[in-house]
Ligand binder design. Structure first.
Ligand code: IPD
Ligand code: CA
Ligand code: CA
Length: 259
């Protein structure tokens, strides 16, 4: 078996195991399970435990690989890099809302090779491998072919690292352009909606690498577009993200400041 295939199968089964651990921990939550990291920013014991699980499994299987996780930071120095959000959408997860996911990306020389998003409450395991397409539960997935702004649904994220005003301006511009929007509090789930063809685009003014990398590969392997040349900006300090089905890019770029 070639090593890339084995990394893919490894990542898929690890995402499923991690998602199950998060699900299992939630009903057992006791006092102190949820901690505040800032205004409306939370971390649960499950975020930390799931990241520990993923980090240790990767270290055991691929000891030479580097790792970057939201909760524990980076470890190792290698051109083979795993980027992990143990629970994306923690604020949904801890309330029992279904829109949250485990996100695992694997990169080589700063190119995303593998992206896996496991959304356990939605029953979805989505994955993509560079050049091999994107799949949910092993069925190929495709972005939508909607080219009509009047039919378009834009998934938005709101970063607390950017102004409320800039977010509200985008919402107003979306309505002015005749489009609709949703915000569901989990970048991975918004990106997955685009890859599945259920929404036409995802935009957020600032996301970190662990929020974005797996989903970016899913969207591009599902036939979509992205405003990024590479992942360096995400790894250095996070970045704006705009991905879409490719048919309403011009309309979106007219209303979203990508500078
Ligand atoms: C957050 C969610 C949210 C997005 C933020 C992320 P977390 O991740 O994806 O939807 O708007 O930018 O930080 O904190 O739930 O892992
Ligand atoms: Ca996240
Ligand atoms: Ca997280």
């Amino acid at each position: 078996m070639n090593s890339e295939i084995s990394r893919l199968e490894f990542a898929k089964s690890l995402a499923l195991e991690a998602g199950k651990l998060a699900q299992d921990m939630r009903p057992k939550a006791s006092n102190g399970f949820i901690k505040s990291k800032g205004l409306q920013d939370f971390v649960t014991e499950a975020d930390r435990e799931v990241e520990r699980l993923i980090r240790s499994r990767i270290a055991a299987q691929f000891p030479g690989d580097a790792f970057l996780g939201e909760e524990g930071g980076s470890q190792g120095d290698s051109t083979s890099l795993w980027v992990v959000d143990p629970i994306d959408g923690t604020a949904n997860y801890m309330r029992g809302l279904p829109d949250w996911a485990v996100s695992i990306a694997y990169c080589e020389n700063n190119v995303i090779q593998i992206g896996v998003i496991c959304a356990p409450d939605m029953g979805n395991l989505a994955w993509a491998k560079l050049g091999d397409g994107a799949y949910v539960d092993d069925e190929p997935i495709h972005v939508s072919d909607c080219a009509d702004p009047a039919m378009a649904l834009i998934m938005l994220g709101r970063s607390s690292r950017r102004s409320v005003e800039s977010y509200l301006n985008v919402v107003a511009a979306i309505f002015d352009a005749g489009m609709e929007y949703r915000r569901n509090g989990a970048a991975t789930i918004g990106l997955l909606a685009v890859a599945l063809g259920r929404a036409e685009s995802y935009y957020e003014a600032h996301v970190n690498a662990w929020d974005a990398l797996a989903g970016i590969l899913l969207v591009s392997e599902a036939g979509g577009t992205s405003n990024h040349d590479g992942i360096t900006a995400f790894l250095e300090c996070g970045s704006k993200i705009l991905v879409g089905n490719g048919h309403i890019d011009a309309q979106l770029q007219a209303i979203i400041d990508l500078s």
